[in-house]
Design a protein around this ligand. Structure first.
Ligand code: IPE
Ligand code: IPE
Ligand code: MG
Length: 235
């Protein structure tokens, strides 16, 4: 698959619709979350094959803590399960795992599993899977401001956008070129407010557990036809 300007290096996905996917099948919401978690490696494989270098997936927002305690508990238990199931494949396929978000707020068992997988995959270079967990765009910017205030080595004088960006959760990653939202909602739900400033959006009615390489290709085809002007005037 060809790369270049019409091809996104970093794709971000709001993995929405697990609940609706389950409801449609007469299953509990947890079944949708399980199917959703199982879909991540399939989409990673498709993204790698397509030539994408970095995939950020929104798995749990700062607002998702409001959900019923059983649902939150189920989602938290999926984290170590995902790490245990995927570590071997990530090592074999040269995939680096990382996270963004207030991951300190996750339960200890989830943090331990994540830290272990992050450490073991840290030198992998073919692909980066970045999972947004206890992530909020406003939280990220607020955390950046507090890091700046607490940094004795912060730049002196008025900060530039580049200075501020260095305090975000993953300053070394390029901004997403393309943001995909599954399940049809036309909103950001507090996802990557800073980084998505100039990203192209693609919303599909497909629920996340059904999102596959064909839906990804639809998004990539749509992206290839976009005219990214960044505020400039270009043909
Ligand atoms: C996305 O699916 C997963 C999380 C937000 C954790 P939802 O659980 O939001 O599914 P819907 O939107 O209710 O269908
Ligand atoms: C966004 O989905 C968060 C994730 C996919 C993790 P939500 O289902 O939480 O968003 P809203 O509530 O519909 O805006
Ligand atoms: Mg939802």
């Amino acid at each position: 698959m060809g790369k270049g300007k019409s091809f996104p290096e970093h794709v971000a996905i709001i993995m929405d619709g697990n609940g609706r996917w389950a409801q449609r099948r007469g299953l509990p919401r947890s079944a949708g979350h399980l199917a959703g978690a199982k879909n991540i490696p399939r989409v990673v494989k498709a993204a790698m094959e397509a030539g994408i270098k970095t995939l950020t997936v929104y798995a749990f927002s700062t607002e998702n803590w409001k959900r019923p305690v059983d649902e939150v508990g189920f989602l938290m238990k999926l984290i170590p399960r995902f790490c245990a199931n995927q570590l071997k494949a990530m090592l074999k396929n040269n995939i680096r795992l990382r996270t963004i978000g207030r991951t300190d707020d996750l339960p200890e068992f989830a943090k331990t599993a994540l830290l272990d997988a992050i450490e073991k995959t840290k030198n992998n270079t073919a692909f980066t899977l970045n999972i947004a967990l206890s992530y909020g765009g406003r939280a990220e910017i607020t955390d950046a401001v507090n890091k700046i205030l607490n940094d004795p080595n912060r730049p002196q004088g008025p900060l530039t956008e580049q200075d501020v960006a260095k305090y975000l959760y993953a300053p070394d990653l390029p901004d997403p070129d393309l943001m995909i939202r599954t399940s049809g909602e036309m909103r950001l739900s507090n996802f990557m407010l800073w980084e998505l400033s100039y990203s192209e959006f693609f919303v599909t009615p497909t629920h996340w557990p059904d999102f596959n390489k064909d839906t990804l290709q639809e998004a990539l085809d749509s992206y290839a036809g976009r005219n990214r002007r960044f505020g400039d005037v270009k043909a």
